[in-house]
Design a protein around this ligand. Sequence first.
Ligand code: AMP
Length: 172
Amino acid sequence: MSDLFALVRDVPDFPRPGILFKDLTPLFRDPGAFRALVVALAEPYRDARVDAVLGVEARGFILGAAVALHLGAGFVPARKPGKLPAKCDREGYSLEYGTDALELHLGSFGPGDRVLIIDDVIATGGTARAAVTLARRQHADLVGAAFAVELDFLRGRDLLPPDLAVTSLLHV
Ligand code: AMP
């Protein structure tokens, strides 16, 4: 796993001064590392009977779709406002670098749907919490939230419901 994360590139002062951006694109470029990351993200949920992965725009799409295929699950995108074409629900949140909102198509989930949230990085936790809120408003049964990288010092997991399984592969 440490070899894997040697491929994460730290980009200082992106997108704002003072933010150390964890850039996973070099890891995605490496076939073996990309596959190992996807398998490791999916592994804790292998027997969780996941119906759908909810991937958060934008790098959560890359990982989420691959994890969904690995688990034999479907994929649902949570997108930035104005990107999804059909009727949506919306939830706002604060970011490490600003504020934003996520949208989810209405009718994406129903009662009993077992859903796994995937994103590349959990920082302050606001994005993941918005995804949780959107999924639960549609009565999804959340089996967990999985991240490649968790920025421990921002305590993002404290924003997530205590009953939600949260798994991160690299803690920095
Ligand atoms: P947050 O809502 O603060 O947990 O931010 C998480 C979202 O913002 C994820 O979709 C990440 O891709 C992105 N993000 C926030 N901070 C960083 C960071 N330092 N490096 C890379 N991505 C980040």
